[in-house]
Design a protein around this ligand. Structure first.
Ligand SMILES: Cc1ncc(COP(=O)(O)O)c(C=O)c1O
Length: 380
């Protein structure tokens, strides 16, 4: 049995007629750039998240860039960002001439550790860097501890930008992701919980100025008309056809989130005596974008991956190298007292198949294969 890591085929079979109709409509009206589906999607997302402004765009990375432009991040200024994350979270600061300050994550939740933010701030101050903001990341599908991060930010006069590329669709203390920070970004990359059939992303904010600048930067820094340029920008629009696909997928998104939760709960049951299963605090929900466990020290991760692969079970390592150890980022400041947790997680995590259509039978197969390797490791 070959178990897909992410199963987009089963989803497509369920909603194929809606997708076909949506695509056909776009082909018929022919407005491939900023067609009516863009407005329809932005309105639907705005209603869903309770955010006043939604700016759809070309990717999650574009959304982060547009947000930082909207926040008027200047060259030389610093932004605190977790080291244990996907490249894009840190990439966008240097692209604007700014400086990522690498901070530590929480061992249990994988997200930014609020108790270690001061270390990152102190390290930046020591390097005479003016820190203006914090980027939280909803890693693997669950929001960071936004109340504590926001309190720290407020006490230090910083803004918070939430990278919710993986955590769109979740809630923290009853508020929706999209409204937990000054601005929030998500990705519609196909493998994301809400993904299109190409690249896509969106920025959410209640701040008029951020929205105004981001909307202008999305189209070359456009002013009140097409040929007036008021600032530097880029081409970062979402394709109409991708908006059409997302509208079809939005109809099943809530059901899929429930299914993802059921899959996660069953994995917890099967695996919690053998590996460290992911923790989601009761005050938040997770989209379970990825199901990542921590392996006991005795388990050889490469051997485990090979054993599972031979049985048709794909795995992935998110992320094998923390950002502060990646070549382009080595010279940027890191939190005082080191980033041991990020480094340890990079060595000990493994992600296993997770999608809304994963059957309990497939989950049993995955878990049995993992447990077998752990039992044999114990004997060695
Ligand atoms: C945490 C995080 N941030 C940003 C991104 C960037 O999104 P995109 O690939 O749509 O540019 C991703 C995508 O994998 C991500 O996982």
């Amino acid at each position: 049995m070959n178990i897909p890591f992410i199963d987009l085929t089963s989803q497509q079979q369920k909603i194929r007629p809606e997708i076909d109709t949506r695509i056909k409509n776009v082909l018929e009206h022919g407005k491939y750039i900023m067609g009516p589906e863009i407005n329809e999607l932005e309105s639907a997302l705005s209603k869903r998240v309770d955010a006043n402004y939604v700016i759809s765009c070309g990717s999650g990375t574009d959304a982060l860039l547009l947000a930082l432009m909207g926040l008027q991040l200047k060259p030389g200024q610093g932004v605190i960002v977790p080291s244990f994350t996907f490249t894009a979270s840190a990439e966008v600061m240097p692209l604007l001439g700014a400086i990522p300050i690498f901070a530590e994550v929480d061992e249990e939740t994988f997200t930014l550790n609020p108790a270690r933010l001061q270390d990152a701030l102190d390290s930046a101050i020591k390097s005479a860097i003016e820190v203006v903001g914090i980027m939280s990341v909803g890693l693997f599908g669950q929001p960071a501890q936004m109340d504590k991060i926001n309190s720290f930010a407020e006490a230090n006069g910083l803004w918070v930008l939430d990278d919710a590329a993986q955590s769109f669709g979740t809630e923290f203390q009853g508020a929706k992701t999209g409204t937990l920070a000054k601005a929030t970004c998500t990705s519609f990359f196909p493998a994301k919980p809400l993904g299109c059939y190409g690249d896509g992303g969106a920025l959410f904010t209640n701040d008029f100025k951020i929205a105004e600048i981001a909307r202008s930067c999305r189209v070359h820094g456009q002013g009140t008309n097409k040929y007036q340029t008021v600032r530097l920008g880029m081409t970062a629009r979402l394709d109409t056809i991708q908006a059409a696909i997302l509208l079809a997928k939005l109809d099943v998104f809530d059901k899929e989130l429930q299914q993802r939760n059921a899959v996660a709960n069953y994995y917890h049951e099967l695996l919690r005596s053998w590996v460290e299963t992911p923790i989601c605090y009761p005050e938040m929900t997770s989209s379970w974008a990825v199901y990542t466990v921590k392996l006991p020290k005795i388990v050889d991760r490469v051997f485990l991956q090979e054993s599972l692969s031979q049985k048709g079970i794909p795995t992935a390592i998110y992320y094998p190298i923390p950002m502060h150890l990646q070549k382009p980022y080595e010279h940027y400041p890191r939190a005082n007292y080191g980033l041991e947790v990020s480094e340890h997680l990079a060595q000990s995590v493994i992600s296993i198949p997770m999608h809304p259509y994963l059957t309990q039978e497939a989950q049993n197969t995955v878990s049995e294969a993992i447990i077998e390797v752990i039992k044999n490791s114990n004997k060695r």
